[in-house]
Design a protein around this ligand. Structure first.
Ligand code: NDP
Ligand code: MG
Ligand code: MG
Length: 331
């Protein structure tokens, strides 16, 4: 993979540009504040509401989406993926001009054909590999969250320089910037969140919790063991891979890990992961999620409520309430 660092990117490549950040949520706020601190010209495009107030409080000039797009020549689309198609068609497309640059932080809408920009504009991805509040926090501490860049269309011949300049503006080149494609980013991102990071992880924790509680153990014990301790173990894996984690745990834990882990994530889990990847690759997941949104999300709403009602959630609130380290965190 092609890698880029601080010296590969020049902020000057965006020097004559005005950047419209569309949306001021997790990524919109983090990216816009960093770009402004990097000395770039940033305006915000929104609909009236909470985010509009927040962006104004933060000192930005805020406009409706169509006006912001019209005033800018670089447009970073950071509204939720499932709304981007509608927002693009109604407010962005009519105001895009030849030679402009349309940017994304996730490839979903380009890869699955929900947004088809004209051939006369650059189409670029700059995707931070971390949530928006971390993009901001790490930047203010002098660092950066790594990012992926990808070029879908290079109408101006300057798409890569613009992508790198933007990545530098949000602080990503302080860490590392990797070049990928819209297809690779979209498919790996969806797979990661479904199979491992969000879906796989919560299902694993929930299964362990239920097994212990069904076995007659105290829910508080089960919570501490299978959820609270997760972070401690993940921090070690994050710092030094499986090896560092295994060096830090007891020999008993390590023997149990090596011999029992593959029984929990066995052949059935591998098969499920392959199916999940296939549904991402052949567009079935994208179709399901887009149609779900068109009918006002009945499945999403029901499953979300069921998730909130799980015992592990109420026990977790109680247990965290006993620990001072959680007092100042929201929820
Ligand atoms: P959020 O849900 O946090 O924020 C969405 C923003 O869009 C809000 O400011 C919202 O404002 C605004 N918005 C919603 N609908 C409209 C509309 N019709 N017109 C104008 N503005 C609107 O989104 P994220 O930051 O999570 O995601 C943005 C993009 O970043 C996505 O492509 C996502 O895949 C990508 N991404 C997200 C990451 C993350 O950490 N969250 C990580 C990497 C990439 P309002 O207050 O009015 O609702
Ligand atoms: Mg994602
Ligand atoms: Mg233990």
């Amino acid at each position: 993979m092609q890698k880029y660092y601080e010296s590969d990117a020049k902020l000057g490549d965006l020097g004559n540009c005005r950047i419209a950040v569309i949306g001021y949520g997790s990524q919109g706020r983090g990216q816009a504040l960093n770009l402004r601190d990097s000395g770039l010209d940033v305006i915000i495009g929104l609909r009236p509401g909470k985010s509009w107030e927040k962006a104004s409080e933060d000192g930005f000039e805020v406009f409706d989406v169509a006006t912001a797009v019209d005033m800018a020549n670089v447009v970073m689309i950071l509204v939720p993926d499932e709304l981007q198609g509608d927002v693009y068609r109604a407010q962005i497309m009519p105001n895009i001009k030849e030679g402009d640059c349309v940017m994304f932080s996730h490839g979903f809408n380009i890869h699955y054909g929900q947004i088809v920009p004209p051939p006369t504009v650059d189409v670029i991805m700059v995707a931070p590999k971390g949530p928006g509040h971390m993009v901001r926090r790490v930047f203010t501490e002098g660092g950066g969250v790594p990012a992926l860049i990808a070029i879908h269309q290079d109408a101006t011949g300057k798409a890569r320089q613009i992508a790198l300049a933007y990545a530098k503006g949000i602080g990503a080149t302080r860490a590392v910037v990797l070049e990928t494609t819209f297809q690779e980013e979209t498919e790996t991102d969806l797979f990661g969140e479904q199979a491992v990071l969000c879906g796989g992880m919560t299902a694993l924790i929930q299964a362990g919790f239920e097994t212990l509680v069904d076995g007659g153990y105290a829910p508080e014990m089960a919570y501490l063991e299978v959820l609270h301790e997760c972070k401690l173990i993940i921090d070690l894996i994050h710092e030094g891979g499986f090896t560092k984690m295994r060096d830090s745990i007891s020999n008993t834990a390590e023997y149990g890990d090596l011999t029992r882990g593959p029984r929990v994530i066995g052949p059935e889990a591998y098969e499920a992961m392959e199916e999940i990847l296939t549904e991402i690759q052949n567009g079935e997941f994208a179709r399901e999620w887009l149609l779900e949104n068109q009918i006002n999300r009945p499945v999403f709403t029901a499953l979300k409520r069921q998730g909130e009602e799980l015992m592990i959630e109420s026990v977790g609130r109680e247990v965290r309430g006993l620990m001072p380290q959680f007092r100042n965190l929201s929820k």
